[in-house]
Design a protein around this ligand. Structure first.
Ligand code: UD1
Ligand code: UDP
Length: 359
């Protein structure tokens, strides 16, 4: 079986890495197609380097554009590559525009699609990611669901059980494979902080940063947290957020704004944080796996398992609610269970794919 892996953004590099590692170990026939959705060195090259990912055989270099333009460019260029490579299956991971376009290009050519991290739903169609994940799921022949809950959602949408495989989430594999390396190679002294004596933040969701009121309210909430806890608040700022901060002339006081961090640095900072505040999908999962309390700066989440086990609370964007949720999470016992699997999702995914090609 020849497998094409289509990927294009930071979380896809991280969550696809365990699958790529396993394909390499089994000497499977596969190639990488990098859409170029992320291209800045600190969102792209550094992850290939740290995760030891092979050089993509195809690099589309699409860059940034409106949703339609970016999706269309990927769709057109990916089709050419798929016609030339003729893979038996294309794998995509998550919910970005690269995933939508990659899945659609393959499905239209009747190449089987495998969707890693299938069945997540926020039920919020204002999120571009919700549209992308619904379409990718419905293009897919193999749906790799991280949890039983995700499988039940897919069944509820009429997808046959035979196409759905509960594997766990490859983020657990990535955390297990890299946290010790991060501990050995990176030191908290780089940021002049000590274990448990700082708060870590990320904010980059379009619905938060494109809306001046929401973004302002979030930053006010973070300032409150910094002032009340009297702890440094480290915030590596995604370039998209940096751009909107400049456009809205937002200048948060009392927060330590950083450039986007490499994976090992970020993982170490997550590992030792007192509290994490985020609107990221992957960071909600990682904090849950690492047993660090999380407050989610959104009104909904497609990762409800994190809330059910007691690792996460939805705060929305009101400053007082952000503070209240932070206080509550700081009081929580951290002994919750990890709902995202045993760290073997990559191996399971590859076994299912390779087995299906013999059957
Ligand atoms: C994308 C995904 C989002 C994911 C995130 C991971 C979509 C719709 N969004 O958001 O789901 O959570 O990646 O980080 O697919 N930019 C750079 N350098 C880059 C890439 C982007 O500076 O390498 C800046 C540009 O100003 C660009 C903006 O970020 O216009 C947005 O980039 P885009 O790829 O559209 O979305 P992300 O916000 O990165
Ligand atoms: N991450 C990182 N450096 C940072 C911020 C995040 O390496 O400065 C990693 C983080 O460990 C997680 C992933 O990026 O695995 C999450 O990506 P992001 O928040 O951009 O996207 P989402 O998961 O929301 O789609």
């Amino acid at each position: 079986m020849k497998i094409g892996i289509i990927l294009g953004t930071r979380p896809e590099f991280i969550k696809m890495a365990p699958i790529i590692r396993e394909l390499e170990a089994r000497k499977a026939d596969f190639f990488l197609l990098h859409t170029g959705q992320h291209y800045s060195a600190n969102l792209d090259g550094i992850f290939f380097e740290q995760l030891n990912l092979p050089k993509p055989r195809h690099a589309l270099g699409v860059g940034s554009a409106s949703h339609a333009e970016q999706t269309a460019k990927i769709l057109t260029s990916a089709e050419k590559v798929l016609l030339e490579e003729k893979p038996d299956c294309v794998l995509v991971q998550g919910d970005t525009n690269s995933v939508l376009a990659g899945a659609l290009a393959a499905a239209k050519l009747q190449v089987k699609v495998g969707h890693v991290e299938a069945g997540l739903r926020s039920y919020d169609r204002t999120m571009p990611e919700e549209i992308n994940r619904v379409i990718a799921d419905h293009c897919a022949e193999y749906l790799f669901a991280p949890t039983e809950k995700a499988k039940a959602i897919l069944r509820g949408e009429g997808i046959p059980a035979a196409k759905i495989f509960v594997t766990g989430n490859t983020i657990v594999d990535a955390v297990f494979q890299n946290v010790e390396i991060a501990r050995a190679r990176v030191s908290l002294s780089n940021w002049r902080v000590s274990p448990n004596q700082y708060v870590l933040v990320t904010v980059h969701r379009q619905e938060n940063i494109h809306n001046k009121e929401r973004f302002t309210a979030i930053l006010e909430g973070l300032e409150k947290v910094a002032a009340e806890l009297k702890l440094p608040v480290l915030y590596p700022v995604h370039p998209h957020s940096r751009k909107m901060m400049e456009q809205f002339k937002l200048k948060p006081a009392g927060l330590t704004l950083l450039e986007p961090l490499d994976y090992l640095s970020f993982l170490l900072l997550e590992n030792h944080a007192r509290l994490i505040l985020t609107d990221s999908g992957g960071v909600q999962e990682e904090s849950c796996v690492l047993k660090v309390p999380c407050v989610t700066l959104r009104d909904n989440t497609e990762r409800p398992e994190t809330i059910e086990v007691g690792a996460n609370l939805l705060a929305g964007t009101a400053p007082d609610k952000i503070m209240d949720c932070s206080r509550e999470m700081l009081g929580r016992d951290r002994s919750w269970a990890n709902p995202f699997g045993d760290g073997k999702a990559g191996k399971k995914t590859v076994s299912i794919l390779l087995r299906s090609s013999h059957g």
